[in-house]
Write a protein that binds this ligand. Sequence first.
Ligand SMILES: Cc1cc2nc3c(=O)[nH]c(=O)nc-3n(C[C@H](O)[C@H](O)[C@H](O)COP(=O)(O)O)c2cc1C
Length: 320
Amino acid sequence: MKKKVVAFTAGRRGGNCEIYVKIALQELTQMGIECEMIRLHECDLRPCLDCPNGPCYAKGPDACVIKDDGPWLAQKFLDSDGYLLAAPVWSLSPCGVVTDFRDRVFGPKMDLSQMEAHGIPAWAEGRAKQRPGALISIGGALSEHWTSLGLATLYTTTFSAQTNVIDNINIYQVADPGEALMRQDYITKVRYLAQNLGHAVLNPQKDWENKWLGDLDDGEACPGCHTSLMIAKPGRNYVECAVCGRRGYLTLDQEGKIKYSWPEDNRNRLTMMGKFDHVREIERHTAEIYEPHKDEIQDELKKYRQMEQFTVKAPSKQKA
Ligand SMILES: Cc1cc2nc3c(=O)[nH]c(=O)nc-3n(C[C@H](O)[C@H](O)[C@H](O)COP(=O)(O)O)c2cc1C
């Protein structure tokens, strides 16, 4: 059976994201891979309600209480062998539909480390697997720092289902309709990215966890996720990668330029080990901090739940 890549695009219809996605999908098609493209803006997709013990955990995405295209998107992802996501940068981050897409399709219910620990639910049988993926972020600004949260946020769609990002591109200076086609340099990079994704999809027997097929000399700080968004707190001799959580130890070379060293780190959330670490952290928190004291807050909790004096209802929720 042919391998399949599903591409999700969050830009304008016929816009720059879509052009690069189509260039990538043409390349993948030539490699014998079946391709589909889904326009997220054309989906009916509402925000996750975070239902306590939501039915999606046990029964899968189709049991979601929200009746929109969210479950269909989740099934599309589950039925795929490779993942491509492209989104425009709006105010430094991907446009909003990307985070609704992430929260409805991925999150804890899709967490491969939870499934490994507690068993694969029937709805995910045969489809709960590590997949290769690639990310394209597209900004219009001339300066790269106006795209600072783009790729970092696209990565947040990949953690739970263990989508192994084997290449990414942070495109900037591409703003106006069709401008994507004026940048031969980016077109070439997108073709390489697609070839890398295709290679990983066609070789699923290999371990693609935390592997990188993109440009090794891309000037990015973190060798795991190939981004440079770092948490740098005073008094520490290390930074934490804001995307994967790894620690990079800082030194200055003779010219005063920053150098990092990146030891292996169990906190790396691009790996199953990093996610196990997080699952343990969540379970410990509930067992040791919340459960022993939850009865003490019940009266106060009731008071705040009933407090409506500050709430203003949206027009759509007001009775005629
Ligand atoms: C509301 C809004 C905010 C934007 N903010 C940024 C920004 O912070 N940084 C940036 O580089 N581009 C920004 N852009 C430009 C888009 O990222 C750019 O036009 C992109 O090419 C659009 O992709 P599309 O054609 O696929 O929709 C913004 C565009 C809009 C509509």
